[in-house]
Design a protein around this ligand. Structure first.
Ligand code: GDP
Ligand code: GDP
Length: 436
């Protein structure tokens, strides 16, 4: 299910971010309007010839005030840890430099495929410059030009060929979930508390090294879960792990691999701007979402506290109106034993399929009670609705003119669908299509 990861490494100024943006193309706009995530621009989804993959620009992960050489060392290590395929970028303009050789040395240490790409080959005459780079020891270099968009297709051909074959993995039907949130909200405490409550730990998930810290467990009602590790929760010790961008990157990666994301808030600290970034990404990515308010033991409460907190969350996270909210404590384990069950329910809703006949009854009923809008005397006509996808549930509504489907009417239809079927915890998508 998880898409392969490509990481771009290389010394500063070879053109990593230029090439990254070129390959990510328009797809990067998926996360465009989420504050904080866009500024990072170090992680993007892309696709080449039907092969989906995710891409990391390691150059965007700055490791504080460390000296230059530490920075590139750390970035290369991140690539080795996180990626399935590494693109080692150098520049035809400057030729082979000491820093390139330094990066090469670190990359010798991995058995993951490393593809050498020579950037800034802006015209055919410059192609002869690439031969020097054989000395780096990564075989035939691929000439490209990030700014002119030359050769990136050839590079992606080579990259896609190097992806590990995906056919051999057995179908994993466990419910995959993760805890996401800013530092100190209690993610690792929650992980440990959950594992304490559910003693039947199957095993650490086999497979690639980067997934080795996921944990599988079976809940009381015999459901199998995979808890996806985020932000190096149980793998502390590397310098780069404390950096902001790396932790955002890990969170985004975990969200991509999850069916259900638990957005963790800190009852003691309240809601901060940073809480919204990854939550927004999880929503955009169409994952199931549970809002977990942790440290509920640590605040003074009266009979209204929970309601008030809930109202604040609803106001701050309006786009997550479908997400259930739970108030827990990792410390006392209060209400934690119900969490796996809730995650499972959200997961079911996330995969729910509605038969067209039943769906159309609901939609037509809704229209009968609340007539479709008109614009300049022209009325929206809804002919038929059908579910075209799950995870998240996605519905196509055939209409006479999509322009006539106002936001508020789409919202009304969504609410009617939600009232008729259990979609708690999952976003649902409505797509209007024209049919004469
Ligand atoms: P990074 O530090 O490796 O991420 O490099 P950048 O992407 O920021 O690019 C560094 C500089 O190289 C910028 O001035 C880019 O415009 C330039 N650059 C990037 N790709 C090319 C290219 O294909 N040809 C030329 N001539 N310049 C490029
Ligand atoms: P992470 O950075 O999100 O993984 O957060 P940690 O799990 O490391 O927790 C951060 C701090 O919050 C630690 O000092 C924990 O002991 C504390 N903490 C975590 N969960 C709870 C809780 O439910 N109640 C209280 N009072 N403290 C908690």
């Amino acid at each position: 299910m998880a898409n392969p990861i490509v990481a771009i490494v290389g010394r500063p100024n070879v053109g990593k971010s230029t090439v990254f943006n070129r390959i990510a193309g328009e797809r990067i706009s998926i996360v465009e309007d989420i504050p904080g995530v866009t500024r990072d621009r170090i992680y993007a989804h892309s696709e080449w010839m039907g092969q989906k993959f995710n891409m990391i620009d390691t150059g965007g992960i700055d490791i504080g005030d460390e000296p230059f050489i530490t920075q590139i060392t750390e970035q290369a290590e991140i690539a080795i840890d996180e990626a399935d395929v590494i693109v080692f970028l150098v520049s035809a303009k400057e030729g082979v430099t000491d820093a390139d050789e330094k990066v090469a040395k670190i990359l010798y240490g991995t058995d993951k495929p490393v593809i050498l790409a020579v950037n800034k080959v802006d015209n055919p005459e410059m192609r002869t410059e690439i031969y020097d780079f054989y000395s780096l020891g990564f075989g035939e270099p691929v000439p490209i030009s990030g700014t002119h968009g030359i050769g990136t297709g050839d590079l992606l051909d080579v990259v896609c060929q190097a992806f590990p074959s995906q056919g051999k993995s057995i179908e994993d039907t466990s419910v995959k979930f993760s805890f996401i949130g800013r530092p100190n909200v209690g993610k690792s405490s929650l992980v440990n508390a959950i594992l304490g409550e559910n003693r039947v730990i199957v095993s650490n998930v086999e497979g690639t090294t980067r997934d080795a810290i996921d944990t599988k467990f079976i809940s009381e009602n015999k459901t199998e879960f995979t808890m996806i590790d985020t932000a190096g929760i149980r793998k502390k010790g590397k310098v780069y792990e404390t950096t902001e961008k790396y932790s955002v990157l890990r969170a985004l990666r975990a969200i991509d691999r999850s069916d259900v994301v638990c957005v963790v808030l800190d009852a003691k600290d309240g809601i901060r701007e940073q809480d919204k970034h990854v939550a927004g990404y999880a929503h955009e990515a169409g994952r199931g979402i549970v809002i977990v308010v942790n440290k509920w033991d640590a605040i003074e409460k009266n009979t209204h506290t929970m309601q008030e907190f809930e109202a604040t969350i609803r106001a701050e996270f309006q786009y997550l109106s479908y997400a259930p909210i739970v108030f827990v404590s990792a410390k006392t384990t209060q209400r934690l034993n119900n969490l796996p069950e809730l995650i499972e329910r959200v997961n079911k809703n996330h995969q729910r399929r509605i038969a067209s006949s039943v769906l159309n009854d609901v939609v037509m009923d809704a229209i009968a009670h609340n007539p479709t809008p008109t614009d300049n005397g022209k009325r929206l006509r809804v002919y038929y609705a059908t579910q075209v996808a799950i995870q998240p549930p996605t519905f196509v509504v055939f209409v006479n003119d999509p322009e006539l489907m106002h936001f508020s009417y789409a919202r009304f239809l969504e609410n009617q669908i939600r009232a008729a079927f259990d979609f708690e915890g999952t976003p649902i998508h409505l797509i209007e299509r024209r049919r004469k």
